[in-house]
Design a binder for this molecule. Structure first.
Ligand SMILES: C[S@@+](CC[C@H](N)C(=O)[O-])C[C@H]1O[C@@H](n2cnc3c(N)ncnc32)[C@H](O)[C@@H]1O
Length: 228
């Protein structure tokens, strides 16, 4: 696993630090023991080569400490969930959840999800999660937001017809930014079972660590889109 994640050529960094503090002994040992065995292959790859009997394949972009990813994987062992996160301490935390819960249906990559997305085949995914991404609230930083029209085109390419993209944020302007861009792309539609109120967490949502911190300027907003 790289300590400096690869970004797609010309892409701006959409994340802050990749390493915050010295890893605890157990974290460092887990990186040594588990990281390679749960990583994804280099170059283009078919996720089903990692778990041929997977009923669905999900991608979580920026999983933070990995609580949501591990929780969803534990709920349904027939899923394959691929998580991508550049922050090394977050990867170590996710490995701890994988070991503690003996999960065999999670793959973890320390990297930039835009680089990983470019290596996946068309229609490889059933669901994509982008939960509480870095908000980059200042106007001059908006170009660093992970939600950009070009990346939405990549995400639509990766989803099967009817596949879902879930975005959540507690920054009001980022919710509006995302809704505008996703709907303007013409690549996604609202699902038929959409809640009237964007602040109602979807029934299958698991609270994330960042969500609990309540650092944004509004209550969490959940946007579920379906590939048109
Ligand atoms: C604010 S945190 C939220 C983490 C987690 N989803 C949660 O809700 O607790 C955003 C995360 O996205 C990650 N991130 C930012 N850009 C990314 C990218 N291009 N690919 C993958 N992860 C990224 C950051 O490192 C950070 O851990």
């Amino acid at each position: 696993m790289p300590i400096t994640p690869q970004q797609p050529h010309g892409a701006l960094r959409s994340y802050g630090r990749v390493k915050a503090r010295v890893l605890k002994t157990r974290q460092a040992a887990l990186i040594d023991k588990l990281a390679a065995s749960v990583d994804i292959p280099e170059g283009p790859f078919d996720p089903l080569s990692l778990k041929p009997d997977a009923r669905e394949v999900w991608l979580e972009i920026g999983f933070g400490g990995g609580e949501h990813m591990a929780g969803q994987a534990a709920r349904d062992p027939d899923l394959l969930i691929i998580g991508v996160e550049p922050f090394l301490n977050g990867v170590a935390s996710a490995l701890r959840h994988i070991e503690d819960q003996a999960l065999t249906n999670v793959r973890v990559n320390q990297g930039d999800a835009r680089e990983v997305a470019a290596r996946l085949p068309n229609g490889a995914l059933d669901r994509i999660f982008i939960l509480f991404p870095d908000p980059w609230p200042k106007s001059r930083h908006h170009k660093r937001r992970i939600i950009q029209t070009e990346f939405l085109t990549d995400l639509a390419r990766l989803l099967k017809p009817g596949g879902r993209l879930r975005f959540a944020t507690d920054w009001a302007a980022y919710a509006d930014w995302t809704e505008e861009r996703v709907l303007a792309s013409g690549l996604f539609a609202w699902p038929a079972d959409r809640a009237e109120d964007r602040r109602v967490p979807p029934a299958d949502h698991l609270t994330t660590r960042y969500e609990e911190k309540k650092l944004g300027d509004c209550a969490p907003v959940f946007l579920d889109f379906v590939k048109a």
